[in-house]
Ligand binder design. Structure first.
Ligand code: C2E
Ligand code: CA
Ligand code: CA
Length: 581
């Protein structure tokens, strides 16, 4: 490879050009510039240069093994040939990948003209080295976490892409062709914000640093550690090397949190949630694997386990999301309905009322069970409009029944109030709206609450319940026996009816212990002046047993399944006429 020899500077250019204006121009330029000549044989010579050029050349040559070279002659030669095809000026970036003194120089070449078969060019050089280094440093800073110095979130992804494009990894991928050959592990420190609040940010920083260094010690050379958030770490590990599988790696990572951390005199026990995404080189996009690890981490926070990403889990959440979209639409289009299940007086067999149960028959999905869509509605907040819809529909049904029957019927309707709705909405005003709009009296409605509605904020719950009582509505405690089930605190609340959960009732016949529990509940409820409803009565035998135990009402398939509003009215009118259950 030929390079341009600086030591071959000719006598001044004006001797050739007959004009010292050109040399003067070169000298006055604020950037390194030189005039080069190329003769017909292709030889390139420097004919004039300015002080900046000589300085640049000086810096370069003093650190060059062979002094006297500035840029590759090949480059100038190529640029000159290009200019000879046409054009006046050309620029290119020249870089010298010297490990000690790397250089990046912008080389510009301008054609000046030809004299006696010799072409003259003005070459100028701008040293971009510092600028590029600054840019690279800045980039590196942008990729790293300022506290720990390890990669940040952006840096993590870049570093993974870097490692995966390595040839070594491609070889590795052949070895472990079966299954995943790398994993992304997301770690979230469980109680970090508490430590931060309690002990202050400096101790918090110290904790992060200690965790980072403990994690780093667990990893092998080619693994990557990053701080992906305030109290979140990301780890990239190769699998299949040294027979390390993901379980052993996770167990090792968990051991990082086993021994307490001593920070500025404090002993802190840390816990961490760990989510894992698995990937295969050449098949999976590593950014997907990162997302999967983060998705698994969310599960891990709930389960307190190490969670491996599984597609089914994502499918479930996708399903939930599309269910949410469809449910929103169904609510807007008034596509939900209420079914009414009769409540029977166990001593007389009379129909004393109905429970309103939400029904959703989607044209595409078919019938969706409330046990599927109610939790979705609770998660996304749709439970508030859904709950209001149920209240007003039930109230309007009551007034329509009265109209059809030509008299005010003695029947009540129970409407379920979700705990989420109970805490988020002003349920008393929702109930008030419903009874006013339907022009019925408050005691026609029973509101079915679960214990969870009370537990989250007992004072607020008690207040809301008093407001509901002020509207003259009836209050029922739903699913009794499944939750906290403390009759002592229920006693302090204005509850009229206790609904004994179906699971309790069903097991009564097979489990003697259940019978005594139900008996105890029934007698306590009686003592507290509450009525009782047994849910899920499916047989005559159960119905009789419950009646004998003193339970007030029964609800279940033995009497009737949930009915449409019209069927329910017929059922009521029929039974009330005959007076028999
Ligand atoms: P829940 O309040 O305990 O309602 C009773 C459930 O038991 C209903 O299920 C009813 O159809 C079912 N059931 C009644 N008798 C029997 C029986 O003899 N055997 C069996 N195996 N089941 C019986 P459904 O309609 O599927 O409703 C399930 C749950 O969804 C309800 O449980 C309630 O928690 C919730 N839900 C339904 N509608 C609404 C609503 O409008 N708002 C709210 N917040 N929740 C609702
Ligand atoms: Ca209920
Ligand atoms: Ca129930």
């Amino acid at each position: 490879m030929h390079e341009l020899r600086i030591d071959s500077i000719e006598p001044m250019a004006q001797a050739v050009l007959g004009d010292d204006q050109l040399a003067g121009l070169v000298r006055s330029l604020p950037i390194a510039a030189t005039i080069v000549r190329r003769d017909t044989s292709g030889t390139i010579r420097v004919v004039a240069s300015n002080a900046v050029f000589e300085m640049l050349y000086g810096i370069l040559s003093s650190q060059c093994e062979i002094p006297g070279f500035i840029v590759e002659e090949e480059l100038l030669d190529r640029m000159m040939q290009q200019l000879e095809q046409g054009g006046v000026q050309l620029s290119e970036r020249w870089s010298r990948p010297d490990p000690v003194d790397p250089r990046e120089i912008d080389v510009s070449l301008a054609r000046l003209g030809a004299v006696e078969d010799k072409s003259y060019y003005l070459a100028s050089f701008i040293d971009r080295t510092t600028e590029m280094q600054n840019q690279r440093n800045l980039h590196r800073e942008m990729l790293s976490d300022s506290l720990t110095g390890i990669y940040n979130r952006t840096g993590f992804e870049e570093a993974i892409l870097d490692v995966l494009s390595d040839d070594a990894v491609h070889e590795m991928s052949d070895k472990t062709a079966k299954g995943a050959n790398y994993a992304v592990i997301a770690i979230d420190l469980s109680r970090f914000s508490q430590v931060n609040e309690y002990a202050g940010a400096i101790v918090g920083d110290e904790l992060i640093l200690t965790v980072a260094s403990r994690l780093k010690n667990m990893l092998r050379n080619r693994d990557i550690l990053a701080r992906t958030g305030g109290d979140e770490f990301g780890i990239f590990v190769h699998l299949g090397e040294n027979s390390d599988d993901i379980d052993t790696i996770c167990a090792r990572l968990q051991s990082v949190f086993e021994s307490p951390y001593s920070l500025s005199g404090l002993e802190v026990k840390m816990e961490a949630a760990i989510g894992v995404g698995l990937g295969t080189v050449g098949e999976d996009d590593p950014s997907d694997t990162i997302r999967q690890a983060q998705f698994a981490l969310k599960q891990a926070k709930r389960s307190n386990n190490v969670e491996l990403y599984r597609k089914e889990v994502l499918d479930i959440s996708r399903h939930r999301f599309s269910l949410e979209t469809d449910l929103r639409r169904a609510l807007q289009n008034d596509a939900l309905s209420l079914a009414y299940q009769p409540l029977i007086d166990l001593s007389t067999g009379d129909v004393i009322g109905f429970e309103a149960l939400a029904r959703w028959n989607d044209p595409d999905r078919g019938i969706i069970a409330p046990t599927d869509f109610i939790p979705v509605a609770e998660d996304c907040g749709l439970i508030v409009p859904l709950g209001r819809w149920a209240l007003s529909t039930a109230a309007r049904t009551l007034s329509r029944w009265d109209k059809v029957a030509g008299r005010t019927l003695g029947t009540r309707v129970g409407v379920n109030l979700s705990a989420v709705q109970f805490t988020r909405d002003d349920v008393a005003s929702a109930v008030d709206d419903a009874i006013r709009n339907a022009a019925i009296v408050g005691n026609r409605l029973t509101l079915e609450l679960t214990e969870s509605a009370i537990l989250s904020d007992p004072d607020r719950a008690a207040q809301a319940m008093e407001s509901l009582k002020a509207l003259d509505t009836c209050l029922a405690m739903d699913d009794f026996g499944t939750g906290y089930s403390n009759l002592a605190y229920l006693q302090r609340l204005p509850i009229d009816i206790l609904k004994i959960d179906r699971s309790f009732v069903t097991e009564m016949l097979s489990d003697r212990d259940r019978v005594s529990i139900v008996r105890a509940v029934l007698s306590l409820a009686n003592a507290l002046g509450m009525e009782t409803t047994a849910e899920g009565v499916e047989t005559l035998e159960l119905s009789n047993t419950l009646a004998a135990l003193g339970c007030s009402h029964g609800q279940g398939y033995y009497y009737a399944k949930p009915l449409t509003a019209d069927e329910a009215l017929d059922f009521y009118l029929q039974r009330t006429k005959t007076g028999k259950a």
